[in-house]
Design a protein around this ligand. Structure first.
Ligand SMILES: Nc1ncnc2c1ncn2[C@@H]1O[C@H](COP(=O)(O)OP(=O)(O)O)[C@@H](O)[C@H]1O
Ligand SMILES: [Mg+2]
Length: 255
């Protein structure tokens, strides 16, 4: 086939990406593709460069060398203005998932809709209700963020990211700071959203259990290099020393 159908092309294509800060090289030639409609998990210990890598996927950070392509467009050289239409296709749930504490849940979730120029109040209200329902918080519009548990705040942040119907979701440590039960419930929710909405997701985590549950593809990072890329089953049996050590440490951590 000369012209593959565009939907077969990856959502993200990262090629030999290098990036450092103040002389310290954090990403040392990272390459991977994230297929559409699938969940790619970027796994690794703390300081591996996972968050730095994720921030390159929507142009929050720019490569020093190498390329990042989103739907075929190289984004490294784009201006903020040129990036805007690409960013609109990508929802983000960053670590901490900062909500606006002075706005209630409904206004937090409505925020990206208003930002995009939506003015029809009944359309805004119905979309807000729909995504709150999706994340298991129906009817919580009038709650203030302070009144919510960590797990609920995470869900509201997720609802806010999903409100404008992104094609893709970037998620940094979605289970960080949650107890095991909340952590499991957010993990299940991410899996269900991926199945129901056919979202392309890239999820950063150091949590092996969450990775096992959501990943279609694993990218294991260690010191800014990819030490494994492929399906979960292959990760579990990967002979790379850093991978073995990571899996063993997790087993000890769980007792
Ligand atoms: N904005 C920044 N300025 C300087 N150093 C940074 C910055 N962001 C990340 N780093 C450094 O890059 C390395 C990798 O960070 P990060 O991607 O946050 O790791 P991870 O998310 O895997 O825990 C760390 O050593 C961190 O201190
Ligand atoms: Mg991080």
């Amino acid at each position: 086939m000369e012209n593959a159908p565009p939907d077969d092309s990856p959502f993200f294509e990262v090629s030999d990406l290098r990036r450092g800060f103040g002389g310290h090289e954090v990403l040392r030639g990272v390459s991977f593709s994230a297929p559409r409609g699938r969940t790619t998990v970027i796994l690794g210990g703390s300081g591996a460069g996972k968050s730095v890598l994720l921030k390159h996927l929507n142009g929050l950070l720019r490569p020093e060398a190498g390329t990042v392509r989103v739907l075929g467009h190289e984004i490294g050289p784009l201006s903020e203005r040129e990036l805007a239409p690409i960013r609109r296709r990508i929802g983000v749930l960053f670590q901490g998932g900062a909500l606006f504490d002075s706005l209630d849940v409904g206004e937090n979730v409505a925020f990206p809709l208003r930002e995009r120029g939506e003015k029809d109040e009944s359309r805004i209200a119905s979309r807000v209700a729909e995504v709150l329902d999706m994340v298991g918080l129906p009817g919580q519009e009038r709650k203030m963020p302070d009144a919510l548990s960590g797990g609920m705040r995470k869900r509201v942040s997720l609802a806010r990211a999903l409100a404008p119907q992104p094609e893709c979701l970037l998620c940094d440590e979605p289970t960080a700071g949650l107890d095991p039960i909340l952590s499991e419930s957010i993990t299940r929710l991410l899996r269900r959203l991926q199945e129901e909405l056919a979202l392309t997701s890239v999820i950063v985590t150091h949590h092996l259990g969450a990775m096992r549950y959501v990943a279609d593809q694993v990218v294991f990072l260690k010191d800014g290099t990819v030490r494994y890329i492929g399906p979960v089953a292959g990760f579990e049996s990967c002979p790379d020393a850093a991978v073995r050590k990571f899996i063993a440490a997790d087993e000890i951590g769980r007792g």
